[in-house]
Design a protein around this ligand. Structure first.
Ligand SMILES: [Zn+2]
Length: 177
């Protein structure tokens, strides 16, 4: 396993020591060395949203708080694309839990329609989707790839509507940035 580093949801810096927020939303109180956002303070106490802090930071010239950590070949645009990746990941997990719920509604044993495999055993597909999210260059690529994977997992009628609902959700959230 490679060293796990975490992404700042404000500036896209991808070498945070801890996840900025835990599973139940509890903040790490780590200060991002790039944009200076303190998770749990700038949002909860200072009432910044990620967007408003980011806009402010960009307006002030996107300066690094810890200048020693700034790479010589630092590329702001490239770093900002990490935020999109992060959102894909979050949306994907939401999307998958929606799918899981829907499947369970159809079959309380947790079987996909026409399948004999419990939904929890789709580990390989989950991995494939995660890999796709990691390597996706844009929304269209990602949605096409995920759609293909979903197509293999579920029968078409079930999958079509659900997929588009989920994809629509992802698109709305990623273009809102
Ligand atoms: Zn940051």
């Amino acid at each position: 396993m490679e060293d796990k580093k975490y992404i700042c949801p404000i500036c896209g810096y991808d070498k945070l020591d801890e996840p900025p927020y835990g599973e139940n939303g509890e903040p790490s109180f780590e200060i991002c060395p790039c944009c200076g956002f303190e998770y749990g303070y700038d949002d909860f106490d200072q009432h910044y949203t990620f967007e408003s802090y980011r806009a402010n930071w960009l307006k002030k010239g996107a300066k690094w708080v810890d200048k020693d950590l700034k790479p010589n070949d630092w590329d702001l645009e490239k770093q900002l694309t990490n935020i999109e990746k992060l959102q894909f990941k979050e949306n994907y997990s939401k999307m998958f839990s929606i799918v899981r719920e829907e499947v369970n509604k159809l079959d309380p044993m947790g079987l996909a329609p026409g399948e004999t495999t419990p939904i929890d055993e789709y580990d390989e597909e989950v991995e494939m989707i995660l890999t796709n999210i990691e390597s996706a260059k844009n929304y269209q690529d990602l949605s096409k790839n995920i759609k293909d994977i979903f197509n293999e997992m579920f029968d078409e009628n079930f999958e079509e509507k659900l997929f588009y609902d989920c994809a629509k959700n992802i698109k709305i959230r990623t273009t809102k940035m």
